[in-house]
Design a protein around this ligand. Sequence first.
Ligand code: 6PG
Length: 238
Amino acid sequence: MSEAVSSATMSPGTMPAGWQVFVSADEVAGAACDVIVEAADKAIAADGVFRLVLAGGTTPEKVYHLLAKVSCDWSRWVFFLGDERCLPVDDAERNSVMAQRCLLDHINTPPDNIHFIPAELGAEQGALRYAEQLSSQLPFHLVLLGMGEDGHTASLFPGHEHDVSELVHAVHNAPKPPSDRVSLSRRCLSDAQRVLVLVTGAGKRAAAQAWRNGEALPVAAITAREQLDVFVDQAAMG
Ligand code: 6PG
């Protein structure tokens, strides 16, 4: 069990509700794994299923490696992705390929329980097709997110305008390659009982500070029905 650094060690007023600081990225990953398993137990007991949205990027890889070692009834877990890059299905840079490599290839979840984003069809078609799949799956039980150095999350980037009525957006001109992506919308990512955002590494320091200062970053616009947590390591806190 990972222990958060005591918030008492932080000067009062610097830590928004839901933020927990951990000594290292490994500690963040351990605590995140515990939260996800706890949320799964609760969801399966209540609803017979656990609908989990996986984050892309590299930060969650440590969490997925830990989850892959957990002994549980994987047939009750249903996986989605928060965003995907418009690349061929087997491209190493795909979030789906990372999720398979770190977690899904190591557990016996039925293939029908894994809902990847068909971003290989292009941003518009991928968004349309995934929105059709998602409408019957809401609310999610837990959404896992990362944060970019500019405060983006999923593929919701600063300065990008989207139709707020959409569940899934087609994204173009993304500042983080590839430029074409598919992303769940703010509304969709927030339609979850719990949201857990992972922020690690010195590169995220400025965005984490901006978020704490109340800047209108895409990650800061995400909410949750019951609980939103931000797990950050000391390197990202500066
Ligand atoms: C992606 C991710 C993206 C990611 C952040 C953080 O497709 O790149 O979905 O939103 O979560 O950019 O990336 P790192 O975890 O690699 O720092």
